[in-house]
Design a protein around this ligand. Structure first.
Ligand code: FAD
Ligand code: SF4
Length: 457
């Protein structure tokens, strides 16, 4: 915000920026804007459409009291308007992401030729699921130097609780548009060729692998999603011999598809969405989510890097921290609070749809067609966490049994009434039903033991 304010001033705009600990800061939008209005007597106050429901309501209510004409203007930082997804599926039972994505590709002419996908196929998802080969080393994450001492002192003064550490020489997030554009350049040149293949890979050694780390800049409106998509598409069209279409399509689907889809779901279902708890989960989040202090190596790594960098990639969020929270029956409010508090890119519109929706299935299937759950076998297949873990991924009961295994079956068993009719879950219920009663009982006893001692895992 501070560098943006400076850039605007350099362009000749009048900017009033309230620093967090400034005496004139009333710590309220309405009060600060009232103060400015008293000083400058505005005829009209215009503001950019907020992305979050809470802020949308608050500004609409509080600014109306101030006096001058109030106008909300749209944002060029999304491909879609708030209601576009809802309008597109008017009268339909479900908002299908794949249908929406194809419509976006057509509408915005992305990877399209004569109304058809440029390379003949819409989706290459199944080609993008490899683990990192042994000894494979991704490029170093891009860092930015910066003196952060003043703002750190101000945050301390203001009593803001923080996590992680901060270092002037290795600041990991771009602070302005030039740095964000550098990051985009770095992504297309150094990371994009391998993004697709390793987008689901889990590893002990690299915290961002081939991910772009651009969600922060896009969500903060430093970069527009369209310029990111266009840059990737045009880089690919000039380097088709080096970059596989699967990687490019996979990346573009995340932004043009998933990101816009989540925005549409948010505005279609808020405010009801934030109260949804399909499984009636009530358990508290274990304390180790705030420290990373658990014997489960996959969780310790995902949580540790999240606390340190404010970042974890999608599969860590979905299949490690999210998967465990769902299997353990954690209350979705607590899961949301954690994700909102931890990640640098977290804003409610995209956090809650991913967390409560995609990850916790608390919306009962609005976002996903089935819960994203797995036992240890998936985590073991996608990386090397299990090799260095206290628990054994292949063991289901006993002292060293990986908790994901028994919790997985316990989850299916306890939510049978809500899930067994789901066609995508039928196979798992058939496997469970074929198991001996004694084996089922052992698994349920093991899961019970873990569920009553979550803090000790
Ligand atoms: P990459 O893996 O390199 O992906 C490229 C870009 O695609 C991202 O920068 C992002 O803009 C977009 N993208 C990818 N997946 C999604 C998605 N599911 N929804 C929306 N955009 C997507 N993303 C956020 O921006 N904020 C959040 O608060 C957030 N919370 C999440 C919580 C959970 C439980 C899960 C499973 C996912 C969450 N995501 C969130 C989505 C995704 O994990 C992050 O966008 C991604 O990890 C950011 O890292 P990256 O920029 O390196 O992304
Ligand atoms: Fe995670 Fe289980 Fe593997 Fe340990 S054994 S890393 S807890 S999946």
């Amino acid at each position: 915000m501070r560098t943006f304010a400076d850039e605007l001033r350099d362009q000749g705009h009048n900017v009033h920026y309230f620093e967090i600990d400034s005496e004139s800061n009333e710590q309220s939008f309405a009060k600060n804007i009232t103060l400015l209005h008293q000083e400058h007597s505005y005829d009209i106050i215009q503001y950019q459409e907020p992305d979050e429901y809470r802020l949308d309501q608050l500004l609409a209510e509080e600014l109306a009291e101030i006096g001058p004409t109030i106008e909300m203007v749209g944002s060029e930082h999304f491909y879609t308007t708030r209601s576009e997804l809802k309008d597109m599926f008017e009268g339909k039972k479900q908002y299908l992401m794949e249908t929406f994505y194809r419509q976006m590709r057509r509408k915005h002419d992305v990877l399209m030729e004569d109304g058809q996908p440029t390379t003949g196929k819409w989706n290459y998802d199944h080609e993008n699921r490899k683990k990192l080969p042994k000894g494979h080393q991704p490029p170093e994450p891009k860092l930015f130097g910066r003196d952060v001492s003043r703002i750190v002192a101000q945050l301390d003064n203001a009593g803001v609780n923080t996590i992680g550490s901060i270092d002037d020489k290795s600041f990991i997030w771009p602070k302005n548009r030039d740095e964000a554009l550098d990051m985009l350049d770095y992504f297309v040149q150094e990371l994009l060729p391998n993004f697709g293949a390793y987008q689901d890979a889990l590893t002990n050694d690299y915290w961002s692998v081939y991910h772009c780390r651009l969600s922060f800049s896009i969500n903060l409106k430093i970069l527009s999603p369209e310029e990111v998509v266009r840059t990737v598409e045009s880089y690919w069209s000039e380097h088709q011999d080096e970059i596989n279409i699967a990687t490019v399509e996979g990346f573009i689907r995340q932004i043009l598809g998933w990101r816009e889809y989540m925005r549409g779901i948010y505005w279609a279902y808020m405010p009801d969405y934030e109260g949804m708890n399909y499984f009636d989960h009530e358990t508290s989040l274990p304390q180790w989510y705030w420290t990373g202090d658990t014997k489960m190596n996959c969780l310790s790594k995902a949580i540790g890097q999240s606390l340190e960098y404010g970042y974890a990639h999608h599969i860590q969020r979905l299949m490690v921290t999210g998967n465990f929270a769902l299997l353990a029956g954690i209350h979705p409010d607590e899961v949301d609070q954690w994700y909102l508090g931890i990640y640098v890119d977290a804003f409610q519109w995209v956090e809650i749809t991913n967390t409560r929706g995609m990850s916790q299935f608390a919306d009962g299937g609005i976002v996903g067609t089935k819960p994203y759950i797995s036992s240890a076998s998936y985590i073991n297949k996608m990386g090397d966490h299990c090799k260095k873990c206290y628990y054994k991924h292949s063991v289901k009961t006993g002292d060293k049994a990986c908790p994901f295994n028994s919790l997985y079956w316990n989850f299916l068993d306890r939510h049978r009434d809500r899930l067994s009719n789901n066609p995508r879950m039928g196979m798992m219920y058939r496997v469970w039903d074929k198991m001996d009663d004694s084996k089922q009982e052992e698994l349920l006893i093991q899961a019970d033991k873990y569920l009553t001692h979550l803090e000790e895992l």
